[in-house]
Design a protein around this ligand. Sequence first.
Ligand code: SAJ
Length: 418
Amino acid sequence: MQFNTISVIGLGYIGLPTAAVFASRKIRVVGVDVNQHTVDTINRGEIHIVEPDLDMVVQAAVTEGYLRATNAPEAADAFLVAVPTPFKGDKHEPDLRYIEAASKAIAKVLQPGNLVILESTSPVGATEQMAEWLAEARPDLTFPQTHGEASDIRIAHCPERVLPGHVLRELVQNDRVIGGMTAKCSEVACALYKTFVLGECVVTNARTAELAKLTENSFRDVNIAFANELSMVCDKLDINVWELIRLANRHPRVNILQPGPGVGGHCIAVDPWFIVSSAPEEARLIRTAREVNDSKPEWVINKVKLAVAEYLQENPDKTAKDVTIACFGLAFKADIDDLRESPALAITQEIASTHPGKIVAVEPNIKALPNNLGSLMCLTTYEKASELAQIKVFLVDHKEFKRTNFKDKIIIDTRGIC
Ligand code: SAJ
């Protein structure tokens, strides 16, 4: 099948790089986003997110006329839906409202022969649900759930699996799971991805593809939870967890991940709950891993409080107001500027709102603190913070912090860099 025009719905961390990579293969791409600022930024050849090298690819694609952004879907040969799937309110249940809105918007311009792909990380059954929404809106067309291989419209789930910070490389090189609602749907979806994917396109059905993506992130979450639990066990037993993990990992079949201040980002801390909400009785380990990882920030905050108490005991002439705490790192992981769902940020914020003394934060990847934090703390350099603080809390293993070698000050090192 020939793909002359592809429409990507949702121009965020996944949709925009995907749109840009298709466009870089000289396929006409229409990117659709409800946010006018996003649309305008892209149409100027600029980007609204941080991802290495993406600015160059987008600028070239827009200048050469292969990528254009708009806020309403237009006719295309294939539609890729890459919208968020957040939680419903404060419940750990998936909210498919953005997929529903995207389906209804696409439905208006669907034509026989079109391919619709759901890329958003989704609970099992979401692709079938999307197909239902499309079918309800377009009774004049036939869909795979009722017409199988003979359907007018092809539908597949092809989850994104790229690592923020390495998106452009991983988009091209990673294997791709292609979950068509029928074999024909998978075949057409494979043809689309093969325009730029060098990895293998592995075919399955839509439900298995949905669970495969959730499984990958849950696997990582469970393994990080194991490391985080070990760090708390070691702390109690006065054993260095980093040395312990190094030693255990010398076993040929052991590969423990690294503890940290908690799990952040918008994927690993979210996706396992989609499995738990589909099978609450069965997914006991997955749920417990989430709870262990979610409890880690609180544990770190308590460590900081204990450190303040210890300092005051050793310095009876001082009060808590005299104690400056430096938090090193605010991003959700090393060497990126993304503060969303960051345990480091949450910990720093909580310390800043309860500690009566000064809080200084060091985050080499941002130029200014988000507006709501400015009154609670100040952003400073590594050197200044090191000099000012009596208590140092290392929350992110940014490369700039790895030279750390403090001997005389109280240090809470959640990343094993000191
Ligand atoms: N973390 C640890 N210890 C570790 C590894 C990670 O505490 O040993 C923490 C990080 O600091 C961070 C969080 O886990 O707070 C998540 O970081 P990450 O690098 O593990 O993953 P993400 O969220 O950036 O991207 C993940 C990736 N999934 C897997 O590696 C299985 C990526 O491939 C997915 O595409 C992405 O989720 C997604 O979009 O779902």
